[in-house]
Design a protein around this ligand. Structure first.
Ligand code: CO
Length: 507
């Protein structure tokens, strides 16, 4: 059995190797590639992706899984195997079974239709013309429903999609969590809107790109971003990508009239990078499918914890205020740290998700979840999406888009068929708050400890031990239970918001 496992790991490492070669190409395309390189790069990427798919669906993998007792009904395989090996078989079985059930022709059709749909979406968004995008959205929906039927015809298609992002979640379990969250967020937002608004002019003062880069690099050092295993570059949209177990890249972008955008992007992506760099369940599982995240939501908890819970706290900036002022030169001249902390925590309902604050962000996600789950189940028709979007936006946020570009056309996700992706963003906030509460029991004075570098290192060590090193050995619900002793609940996040925004808005 040992030899079979080792053979499985070596095939898996090969697939992983190919995928990461693709990641190098993708990272280069977003950062340094000259624009004319795009056509040949697309061919290079398609070839690498095809090769990775081939490596991941080899019949030998299926034979090894079967020989180790792993089936769809019993993914962890032989009960006499150690828990780590069984966790590994569960992960490989899930990926393999899903991949081999989808016919190659459907995979190719999805890739083709997806790239056409993405191009159509970009143009439709620019012209704010939903009608031009609607046939592509219908096509992507139709193809994704076919995929769901291949994977598990007995399951609700939306639940099949969720499995790609939050294994084990269902439309029902998410609707329950979001239902509670929605009531609380709407109430909190009402309270905030009854108070005088925060003045955030100081974070819109002019700040040259060079000063922002220096600020990001300094803050990355504070968060123990390991320079020998990771680096920061510039791209149109911030992202994190893993090129190797010891090579993670993050990117940021710079707006000279809004410097905190690059600052918080750097902290956010740093959180993703630290998780990626800490996924070490055991030496024999390095560079395998087990050295991966528990879910997209857990990944997002790591970025949001550093960005919001740590990075938007008063304790973090109070001790670092002189350094922040000095790094930015004239930008913050004459300003005080209290005003800065209030400004970075301003709450204001807006139309655009990626610009939303911590309180309204969840409402943007609930809106998308309600629309996409209705769309997938057939309760909502594609042509009715704009009207449904606008009505929900008014209901949840009290604002209404003037056009579809700032409404239902703002996000790229549906154009590549990423139905079921959005909930992970909001779940990330909930996981982060619940993990933070659990951390309190082990780190005395946790909230104040972020004022020193030693304090931040203790937080990272806790995350390494309890979350990062577990990698994909646990499903997200198992991880939450093992770390916090209870199921995922929105109440920790709600408590965190109430306390924080009570301080910012004085109630
Ligand atoms: Co993120």
């Amino acid at each position: 059995m040992h030899e079979k496992l080792e053979r499985l790991r070596s095939l898996d490492r090969e697939r992983n190797l190919v995928a990461r070669i693709g990641a190098v190409l993708g990272w280069d395309q977003e950062t340094f590639m000259p624009p004319a390189g795009v056509a040949e790069r697309a061919e290079q990427l398609a070839m690498i992706e095809g090769l990775a798919h081939e490596k991941g669906t080899l019949p030998e993998i299926g034979e090894l899984l079967a020989a180790l007792g792993s089936t769809d009904a019993n993914p962890p395989g032989d009960p006499s195997l150690p828990p780590m090996d069984r966790a590994y078989l569960r992960v490989v079985r899930r990926g393999y079974s899903r991949a081999v059930k989808i016919p190659k022709a459907l995979v190719e059709e999805l890739a083709r239709a997806g790239s056409l749909a993405q191009a159509a979406w970009a143009e439709a968004r620019q012209k704010s013309d939903f009608k031009a995008f609607a046939p592509h959205l219908s096509k992507m929906l139709e193809l994704r429903l076919k995929v769901a039927a291949c994977i598990d015809p007995a399951k609700k298609p939306y639940d099949v999609f969720l499995d790609d992002f939050e294994p084990g979640s269902t439309e029902e379990s998410i609707a329950k969590v979001f239902g509670e969250l929605r009531t609380e967020l709407v109430a909190l937002l009402g309270k905030i809107r009854s108070r005088p608004q925060v003045d955030d002019a100081l974070i819109h003062r002019h700040c040259p790109e060079a000063a922002q880069v220096a600020l990001s690099e300094w803050v990355l050092d504070e968060l123990a971003f390991p320079r020998d295993r990771a680096r920061l570059d510039k791209s149109a949209h911030p992202f994190t990508t893993t090129l190797g177990a010891d090579d993670v890249r993050i990117t940021s972008r710079y707006h000279e009239d809004f410097f905190v955008s690059s600052l918080f992007s750097a902290m956010h992506e740093c959180g993703h990078a630290l998780y990626e760099l800490g996924m070490a369940p055991a030496p024999e599982y390095a560079r395998t499918s087990l050295a991966d995240s528990a879910s997209f939501g857990v990944h997002e908890s790591q970025s949001r914890m550093w960005e919001n819970v740590v990075g938007r706290s008063e304790a973090f900036w109070k001790s670092r205020w002189p350094k922040l002022q000095a790094t930015l030169g004239d930008t913050l001249r004459g300003a005080g740290v209290e005003d800065f902390v209030r400004a970075i925590n301003k709450v204001e309902p807006s139309l655009i998700r990626v610009e939303a604050d911590e309180v309204t962000y969840g409402l943007h996600i609930i809106l998308r979840f309600e629309i996409e789950s209705a769309l997938v189940s057939g309760r909502l028709k594609v042509e009715d999406v704009p009207a449904a979007w606008n009505a929900k936006c008014r209901e949840l946020l009290g604002v209404e888009p003037a056009n579809d570009a700032e409404g239902c056309l703002q996000d790229v996700h549906w154009s590549f068929g990423g139905f079921g992706y959005f909930p992970s963003y909001s779940l990330g906030n909930l996981y982060a708050a619940q993990f933070w509460e659990a951390m309190r029991k082990d780190i005395p004075g946790l909230d104040a400890s972020v004022s020193t570098k030693a304090g931040l290192e203790a937080i990272l060590a806790w995350l390494r031990r309890n979350i990062h090193s577990k990698a994909a050995t646990l499903l997200p619900d198992e991880l939450v239970k093992s770390v916090t002793g209870e199921e995922l609940s929105p109440r920790h996040f709600v408590k965190y918001l109430r306390e924080k925004y009570g301080r910012v808005y004085g109630f």
